[in-house]
Ligand binder design. Structure first.
Ligand code: NDP
Length: 250
């Protein structure tokens, strides 16, 4: 595999769109080889066309937990090691609390929490052999303060913050760092759906963001490159807001 010799290997879930795509762009620009996991074949194909020999794209539903070990095993055999895992794939659901069914709630938790746990567990088995690795989980402002109408999403992102700290203390002695990025309000399809249909909410978001505008996906990509790099070798267990000051806004 000459194309990966001397390069770090990163798995980026949801790396064919939005924030994940921006992370892959920054990774590839930093000479990191990206393994992109997603479901939408057209988006994966577009990513392959953009990153060419700097990436592999894999059509895989992360909710299929039973198939995760075989996938990771195949990747470890193929590439020899996984240096970086970015757990970015996630789904949102905006509904009044009383309208959220148990099935709705479980669906969000499955994608945003359980699948992250399963994938991380399998990748960590490989990182432990190498005594090195960097895991970056994508959290949200929903875990920093109370947001109405996103009860399941909030539960899931709060779980991610907790898992980040628990994984960091357990794995840091083995050379594996685990951090999270808490994006503020970033202009993507996901946030457009949540904000454009609700001008009052959008106004509220902007008014409590000291910088006064939505972030760009590249802002998250830049933070991910830093946390994944050896420059961040003494940083673990951190939930890093990249939010234009939103989390400390008045
Ligand atoms: P997108 O909807 O653009 O990206 C979500 C990605 O997750 C898609 O590429 C999607 O791939 C993938 N995905 C979802 N479910 C699965 C699954 N079961 N299996 C495989 N892939 C899956 O949204 P964003 O880029 O905005 O969100 C990325 C992350 O950032 C999420 O975790 C989100 O919670 C978080 N975030 C976003 C904020 C924002 O303002 N945009 C703010 C705070 C956090 P596919 O379409 O192929 O299924």
């Amino acid at each position: 595999m000459s194309k990966v010799v001397g390069r770090k290997i990163a798995i980026v879930t949801g790396g064919a769109s939005g924030i994940g795509l921006a992370i892959v762009r920054k990774f590839v620009a930093s000479n990191i080889y990206a393994i992109i996991i997603g479901r939408d074949k057209a988006k994966l194909q577009a990513a392959k066309e953009e990153f060419k020999e700097n990436c592999e794209v894999i059509s895989f539903d992360l909710n299929d937990l039973a198939s995760v070990p075989a996938l990771v095993d195949r990747l470890c055999k193929q590439y020899g090691r996984i240096d970086i895992l970015v757990n970015n794939a996630g789904i949102n659901m905006k509904k009044e609390l009383t309208e959220v069914s148990d099935e709705d709630f479980q669906r969000i938790l499955l994608t945003n929490v359980t699948s992250i746990f399963s994938l991380s567990r399998e990748v960590v088995k490989n990182m432990l052999l190498n005594k090195s690795g960097s895991i970056i989980n994508i959290s949200s402002m929903a875990a920093q303060y109370g947001l109405p109408k996103v009860i399941a999403y909030t539960a899931s992102k709060s779980a991610i913050d907790g898992m980040t700290k628990a994984m960091a203390v357990e794995l840091s002695p083995s050379g594996i760092r685990v951090n999270a990025i808490a994006p503020g309000f970033i202009a993507t399809e996901m946030s457009a759906k949540a904000l454009n249909s609700d001008p009052e909410r959008k106004q509220k978001v902007l008014s409590r963001t000291p910088m006064g505008y939505l972030g760009e996906t590249a802002d998250i990509g830049a933070a991910a490159v830093f946390l994944a790099s050896d420059e961040a070798k003494y940083i673990t267990g951190v939930i890093l807001p990249v939010d234009g000051g939103n989390s400390i806004g008045f």
